[in-house]
Design a protein around this ligand. Structure first.
Ligand code: UDX
Length: 440
């Protein structure tokens, strides 16, 4: 099939390459000329494990190309909308500018029978609006949310947990157009991608809600365990043992119960906020009142770790040297959007500390966004002369860092484990003051 993928960020670039690898002829379209140039040369424009290999494989087939010109979408029969929906500046609402612009520019190029597939995370109601605007073109809309995680984007795209199709429906049943949309999308996601993968075919509203509901649940799970961490801090209990013990209950499950600095990134924080804003517009803000708490618990962790730094530095971080290990919002990513690590680093600097940040992949992105912070290329260099070291993003190389080697470069052996991934016994045995979030 001929496919266009509009928007080549973490979602679209991976999706375009994956679709070409599956056998389709794909053009990826993005307004960013530098990104297009990199992708066209089969270079990944951001760090994502497996993407360079997938791009190389897909490009070698001759079925994958990239362009900054929307006219290249003409001739494709399936158009995936993969543009970003960031948080609106100064508001909780999603900024739909990219969706609006991409859709308006695509519209002149769609032909009767084409399928426009929405993948971006949008406020419920957006799909209905877009479908309305396709009336008269003979093209159809399907909402097909994407659940990929950065760091696992290739794996999640090629081996999804489930597929969700939101199709046009009447009385809860797909209309003729809805049935056609399903048939086309089935062809796009042919074997091996869809083999054995659960498929939920539903209406537009449900499909849009599935994505934000899933992300809200995940954010809630993280904030739940971080709220328990606050209780643990007040009682001397250990949140990691608590998480293990409750996680053995299959109804609860251990995944996403890692207490620490909390969630960040380009999805969870802005998605729960946009969801609250949309609920308000729909007159049901009470239904999502709890998400305000989820957000608050999450932000409080960042404050708590600064307090911990102050505690271990005898009451003040003014003039103290702090090494922050990690800048990305999570390991295996160079994404620094709403990164807890950088937010804490900036806060400590604002309060008078001399902060040096390091990260294996995200320094360039971090320095572009936070030019006032100081950066070092390695953990040992960042920690040279440090009064306190904060592990903020749990990259493997920081999890396995040798306390004795680090001890040789720091001024004081004080470690804050912002992700609960170090062995307290080992660090204490090496002479370190070890403090963590939710652990005694
Ligand atoms: C998330 C969803 O997982 C994905 O399904 C959706 O499509 C996009 O949003 P992503 O933002 O890539 O994906 O990262 P994820 O792995 O979910 O982590 C989000 C944040 O939560 C990270 O900052 C991570 O450090 C934090 N986190 C995760 C925790 O603090 N504790 C946990 O137990 C798990």
């Amino acid at each position: 099939m001929r496919i266009s993928v509009i928007g080549c960020g973490y979602l679209g670039a991976v999706h375009a390459a994956a679709m070409a690898a599956l056998g389709h002829e794909v053009v990826g379209i993005d307004v960013d000329a530098a990104k297009v140039e990199a992708l066209q040369a089969a270079r990944a424009p951001f760090f994502e494990p497996g993407l360079p290999e997938l791009l190389a494989e897909a490009s070698a087939t001759g079925r994958l190309s990239f362009s900054a010109d929307m006219a290249q979408a003409a001739g494709a029969s399936v158009h995936f909308l993969c543009v970003g929906t960031p948080q609106k500046r100064g508001e909780f609402r999603a900024d739909l500018t990219y969706v609006e612009t991409a859709f308006a520019e695509l519209l002149p190029h769609v032909r009767p029978g084409d399928l426009v597939v929405g993948k971006s995370t949008v406020p419920v109601g957006t799909a209905e609006d877009l479908a309305e605007r396709l009336v008269g073109t003979g093209a159809h809309l399907v909402w097909n949310p994407e659940f990929l995680r950065e760091g696992f984007a290739v794996q999640d795209t090629l081996h999804p947990d489930r597929l969700v199709y939101g199709v046009e429906s009447a009385d809860g049943e797909p209309t003729e157009d809805g049935a056609h949309a399903r048939k086309v999308l089935d062809e796009v996601y042919a074997t091996p991608l869809s083999e054995g993968i659960p498929l939920v075919v539903t209406d537009y509203a449900t499909a849009q809600l599935v994505k934000v509901a899933a992300n809200s649940f995940l954010a809630t799970k993280i904030s739940f365990i971080n709220a328990m961490a606050e209780l643990c801090e007040a009682t001397g209990a250990d949140v990691t043992s608590l998480a293990d013990a409750i996680g053995y209950d299959a109804r609860i499950g251990r995944r996403f119960l890692n207490a620490g600095l909390g969630f960040g990134g380009g999805c969870l924080p802005k998605d729960i906020r946009a969801f609250m804003a949309r609920a308000g517009e729909l007159g049901v803000s009470d239904a999502l009142g709890f998400l305000k708490e989820v957000d608050s618990v999450n932000m409080r962790r960042r404050v708590r770790v600064v307090d911990l730094a102050r505690e271990v530095c005898d009451g003040s971080i003014v003039g103290r040297r702090v090494a922050v290990l990690g800048a990305a919002f999570k390991p295996n990513s160079d994404d620094v959007r709403d990164s807890p690590a950088l937010s804490v680093a900036a806060q400590m600097q604002l309060q008078g500390a001399e902060v040096t940040v390091t990260d294996p992949e995200a320094i360039t992105n971090a320095a572009a966004k936070w030019p006032d912070l100081r950066f070092a290329p390695t953990a040992l260099e960042a920690a040279r002369g440090a009064d306190v070291v904060l592990l903020a993003t749990e990259w493997d190389e920081y999890r396995s860092i040798d306390p004795d080697a680090l001890a040789e470069v720091v001024a004081h052996r004080r470690i804050l484990d912002g992700r609960n991934v170090l062995d307290p016994g080992r660090w204490r045995a090496a002479g370190w003051t070890y403090r963590a979030l939710g652990r005694p």
